[in-house]
Write a protein that binds this ligand. Structure first.
Ligand code: DC
Length: 234
């Protein structure tokens, strides 16, 4: 596979991935690919239809006729499922856990990975998720893994939900974060882990601006190197 102009940003939930991915995509004029939103949409549909979240075959059947569209919308992403705008409905903590459950099914991962690769085909994409640097785009040019202490991630997620006018209990959120980390890291299929060549950034004590600046510097540096050594870039 050719080296693609793709930036992958993986890591656990609450590490600042989505805000940072959006800012980097906007800065570089790239498309932002929110792979977590896709798993959330699959979970949403399965729950609505009353499908057993651990039944891979039933989920695969459901996916055969799924009509899922991610539409860039003023720096954000509109998620349209079978003509319904579910952008807000999938952003709850409950949907995060449901997404994590369906994401452990091989049939679901295979289908969504294929959809993600299709979106990435033309390059110019910032892909955000858990396995974008390891499985979806293993030959991406720039890979990052954003991490932060669970307590800090819980604090950020609580603030984020409250800003949206939703109720949030920080301790409950911390427990959910720890549980979801365990599920995402412990699963045998596409577990949450940094790609061997990913740059790991601990964002616990960094501001969003610091992280974005650091990452853009890395991308720029790497772009300059490949301009000077074009044969090394492939
Ligand atoms: O990033 P997020 O919180 O929206 O992701 C929701 C869940 O989806 C996450 O707990 C695990 C799953 N997921 C995944 O398995 N692989 C991805 N590339 C993205 C998300």
């Amino acid at each position: 596979m050719m080296m693609q102009d793709i930036i992958t940003i993986d890591g656990p939930s609450g590490g600042g991935k989505s805000t940072i991915s959006r800012l980097i995509a906007a800065k570089l004029g790239f498309t932002y690919l929110d792979t977590g939103a896709m798993y959330r949409a699959v979970g949403y549909k399965a729950q609505k239809l009353g499908i057993d979240l651990s039944n891979g075959q039933a989920l695969a059947k459901m996916l055969d006729s799924i009509n899922l569209n991610l539409i860039p919308n003023e720096g954000d992403t509109k998620v349209i499922l079978d003509k319904e705008d579910i952008s807000l409905a999938i952003r709850t903590a409950e949907m995060g856990l449901i997404a994590s459950k369906v994401s452990a099914q091989p049939e679901v991962r295979a289908k969504l990975t294929e959809m993600q690769r299709r979106i990435g085909e033309k390059g110019g994409v910032v892909a955000e998720g858990r396995d974008t640097g390891t499985i979806v785009f293993p030959s991406a040019k720039y890979k990052f893994f954003l991490d932060a202490k669970p307590e800090e991630r819980a604090r950020r997620r609580t603030l984020q939900l409250r800003e949206k006018g939703q109720q949030a209990n920080e301790l409950e959120i911390l427990a959910q974060i720890i549980k979801r980390d365990q599920d995402d890291i412990g699963r045998s299929l596409a577990p949450l882990q940094p790609a061997a060549n990913a740059i790991i950034v601990d964002t616990s004590k960094m501001s969003i601006e610091d992280v974005v600046r650091f990452m853009l510097e890395k991308v720029e540096k790497s772009r300059k190197n490949s301009d000077n050594n074009p044969q090394k870039a492939e």
